[in-house]
Design a binder for this molecule. Structure first.
Ligand code: GDP
Length: 295
């Protein structure tokens, strides 16, 4: 995960750690390299600039140059700032409501259906919840089949209405069904398109208004870098979602999405997807991720 970024940051900070005497010049050089590493990881230019400026201010504020361990102190400042950049605190999901309604949003291929299954499995095994999965993609029967396969795999009921073309009605009926059958969590998997379009946005906005979810999650493929951030902005403008799910972090992703999304939409990353299997889900901890990035 983020191997390239880790290597580059390691090299940038290594120079500083290796110097006997640390001067303003090599702190400046280190920060330049840190910024370059962030840009290479597909972090937006403005965010990278603000990041290094903040690190610089903190370094000056804490008198890094005259401290006992200037290298270690710099690494700590960079780590703390990376943690802040990714949201600072761990934010869990809101499981209030009976049933709790969780709405998934995002583009097609982002990993919504897979994540719906993972989350159902996670809530079932970790939080002993009784979950209902809802298939709302009325355009692609294959998507409903995929959800049914996932549901069977994890032993969770899937609600779908093959002859109904109205996702708002399907969602409302599903919640009714959940109440009748004693389910306390309803996860609604919605239709996705390959790009943000008006019809899709209207549809998900209508579902959102009709079911009034406790938790609206935006699922995004971390491999898509800056595009991920732009898509997040478009969905947040319409849905004012509660949290982000970053998928495919097991792949060769550069890290830009993870590092930029919080600054752009001011919403926490709540979960990450790290593989295709149902167990490949983790709660997102900004500090642990920063530790991983800095090795
Ligand atoms: P949807 O169209 O948004 O519902 O996306 P899918 O759930 O169908 O996922 C699209 C593809 O990405 C599928 O082949 C999934 O197996 C794969 N996928 C989803 N999440 C992950 C992940 O965290 N890691 C990897 N490697 N693949 C994933």
């Amino acid at each position: 995960m983020f191997n390239n970024l880790s290597d580059k940051l390691d090299k940038a900070l290594h120079v500083l750690k290796g110097h006997g005497k640390i001067t303003e010049v090599n702190v400046a050089e280190t920060l330049k390299e840190v910024r370059r590493a962030l840009l290479d990881a597909d972090v937006n230019f403005k965010i990278a600039k603000t990041f290094t400026n903040t690190v610089k201010e903190k370094a000056l504020g804490q008198d890094v140059l005259t401290s006992l361990n200037p290298g270690q102190l710099m690494v700590k400042i960079v780590k703390d700032e990376l943690t802040e950049l990714m949201g600072g605190e761990t934010v869990g999901i809101n499981l209030s409501g009976n049933p709790t309604v969780i709405l998934m949003s995002g583009l097609q291929g982002s990993g919504k259906t897979t994540f719906s299954g993972k989350l159902a499995n996670y809530l079932k095994t970790k939080k002993t919840k009784n979950v209902l999965l809802v298939g709302c993609d009325v355009y692609r029967p294959a998507a409903i089949n995929q959800l049914q396969v996932v549901g069977e795999q994890i032993g969770v009921e899937v609600y779908a209405e093959v002859d109904n073309q109205n996702p708002v009605e399907i969602s409302q009926n599903a919640i009714k069904h959940a109440k009748e059958t004693g389910k306390n969590v309803v996860i609604i998997d919605t239709a996705g398109r390959l790009a943000v379009d008006e019809a899709m946005m209207t549809e998900i906005s209508n579902i959102h208004k009709a079911v009034n979810p406790q938790e609206t999650l935006f699922v995004v493929d971390s491999m898509t870098g800056q595009d991920a951030v732009n898509t997040a902005k478009a969905f947040n403008d319409i849905l004012n979602f509660d949290g982000v799910v970053l998928t495919k972090l097991d792949g060769d992703t550069r890290g830009g999405a993870a590092l930029s999304i919080k600054s752009v939409v001011d919403k926490p990353i709540k979960f990450i997807g790290t593989g295709e299997k149902m167990e490949a889900i983790d709660v997102f901890h900004p500090n642990r991720m920063a530790d991983r990035i800095l090795g």
